[in-house]
Design a protein around this ligand. Structure first.
Ligand SMILES: [Zn+2]
Length: 118
């Protein structure tokens, strides 16, 4: 799949993710806010280059990722709060990846897999 096709797919899936996140937050008395989405290469470096806090090969630079913040009483919630949302996201499409999966430590990160096959 070409990058542009993945970017289109990500935008197609994003409203579903956000809707689920808002409903999850409201059900639990939390707030949801947007974190980083696209990371501009002028600030974060081109894909493959580390220039900021962003990883060199971050999917944010490819318009294939968003960070979603779940907040309760002014506190940013951790992986446990994201579990249901992460499972929902992973079921939407085989390319969907969640930063809260075992071995990762980025629970508010939702992205599409990109393996340089484009
Ligand atoms: Zn992220």
């Amino acid at each position: 799949m070409k990058l542009i096709e993945k970017q289109h797919l990500f935008v197609r899936l994003l409203p579903k993710l956000l809707d689920f996140a808002v409903n999850l937050a409201e059900k639990n008395g939390w707030f949801v806010t947007e974190g980083d989405a696209f990371r501009d290469p002028r600030v974060h470096g081109e894909y493959g280059v580390k220039q900021s806090y962003s990883g060199a090969n971050s999917n944010h630079k490819l318009r294939l990722a968003i960070d979603i913040n779940l907040i309760s009483d002014g506190v940013l919630l951790g992986a446990e709060a994201h579990e249901e949302l992460g499972k929902f996201w992973k079921k939407l499409h085989p390319l969907c990846e969640w930063g809260g999966e075992p071995g990762r430590n980025d629970a508010n990160h939702y992205s599409l897999n990109h393996n340089d096959s484009w």
